[in-house]
Design a protein around this ligand. Structure first.
Ligand code: NAD
Ligand code: TDX
Length: 331
């Protein structure tokens, strides 16, 4: 199969490309604009006969159309992905997440290409800490931030193009990913690289907020499963029962890195900060037979810490700029 992967130089997209090369015979073409979040080094070492890189923007309709004409299936990861950036400057989120997805859907329609859209559990808003219910495929959309509202909008475009134009599409909404190649602006890599640099980790507010962590490689195996056996027109939630409070995660990072568990600072909270996300992935597990491999969060976190220790040249160029951005916001 010839796969086109948008955003394949980003965190989850690059993990997916590595996963596809290791587990299938598919050929991958990556389309990526190499924004601040894209990094060609995340694809280093992959065989050139299996992976082709195209530097370009998903809003470029002519470029996109030519690439769709040569693809059997498209997996769409490209996005502006960081909530804190969306609170600072929402415009790129509208351009890439909404207009970009629209541009891809028009090409999928014209060339009748199978389309898988990558989305997030944040489209469902947040849950109370003691809510016994988790998000399912029928939870109403209720996004909180400019980021999550543009992802919600992109999901709705996919549903409309599937129903109105017969685009052969599926959607997955996944919980918070961790693993190698994640940008240092995000919570887990920010704290790991802070500790490496001798900076105290920064917890927003009280740190009671809960995220449902999944290893990026488990996200990749779920997406391949949906591409292979998912029913056209359906949405699948991806999660690995990994709920943890931010405070618990920061304390684990510190302990695993040989520091006192309490050696972190509380900083200004995020505006509109979602309290809790939690995924019920029963549909994906029972209908398609998927299961995660990384069930031990502490072991996955230890491996991620080891990766950041061993790959300082990958993240060092971004670190100072990210910390300057946060410092300007009291975070
Ligand atoms: P990321 O920010 O690390 O990577 C995004 C990639 O998209 C980068 O390589 C960037 O260069 C590229 N890109 C951005 N705008 C582009 C454009 N206009 N044209 C072409 N390429 C462009 O993001 P990520 O964390 O890897 O997230 C990937 C996808 O997964 C996103 O759609 C996100 O909403 C979704 N998602 C992320 C998480 C998470 O925990 N990070 C969880 C669920 C879903
Ligand atoms: O320094 C920090 N301190 C802190 O306490 C940072 C950067 C974050 N946080 C908190 C905010 C969140 O409660 O940690 C939690 C995780 O923050 P992020 O890594 O920014 O992730 P989140 O906002 O939960 O969104 C992520 O998961 C869903 C991805 O960035 C999204 O792309 C995905 O859709």
């Amino acid at each position: 199969m010839r796969l086109l992967v948008t955003g394949g130089a980003g965190f989850i997209g690059s993990n997916f490309v590595h996963h596809v090369v290791a587990h299938t015979d598919d050929h991958v073409t990556v389309l990526d604009a190499l924004t601040y979040a894209g990094n060609r080094a995340s694809l280093a070492g992959l065989p050139s006969e299996r992976v082709e890189f195209v530097h370009g923007d998903i809003t470029d309709a002519a470029l996109v159309s030519g690439l769709f004409a040569e693809a059997d299936a498209v997996v769409h990861y490209a996005a502006e992905s960081h909530n804190d950036n969306s609170l600072h400057d929402p415009r790129p989120f509208l351009d890439t997440n909404i207009v970009g997805t629209y541009t891809l859907l028009e090409a999928a329609r014209r060339h009748d290409v199978r389309f898988h859209h990558i989305s997030t559990d944040e489209v469902y808003g947040d849950l109370e800490l003691d809510d016994p219910e988790r998000f399912t495929e029928s939870t109403p959309y209720n996004p909180s931030s400019p980021y999550s509202s543009t992802k919600a909008g992109s999901d709705l475009l996919v549903r409309a193009w599937a129903r109105s134009f017969g685009v052969r599409a599926t959607i997955s909404n996944c919980s918070n990913n961790y693993g190698p190649y994640q940008h240092v602006e995000k919570f887990i890599p920010r704290q790991i690289t802070n500790v490496i640099r001798g900076i105290r980790p920064r917890l927003y507010g009280e740190g009671r907020n809960v995220r449902d962590w999944i290893h990026a490689d488990d996200h990749s195996s779920a997406v391949l499963t949906i591409l292979d056996r998912g029913r056209i027109g359906e949405t699948y939630l991806i999660g690995a029962d990994g709920e943890r409070s931010n405070r618990d995660v920061v304390e684990r990072i510190l302990t695993l890195m040989g520091e006192p568990a309490g050696a972190y600072d509380h900083v200004m909270d995020r505006a509109g900060h979602d309290l809790r996300y939690a995924i019920d992935s029963t549909k994906l597990r029972t209908e398609l037979g998927w299961a995660p491999r990384f069930s031990d969060f502490e072991a996955g976190l230890a491996a991620t810490i080891a990766w950041y220790r061993a790959n300082e040249s990958w993240w060092a160029p971004s670190k100072a700029g990210v910390e300057a951005f946060y410092a300007g916001k009291g975070q």
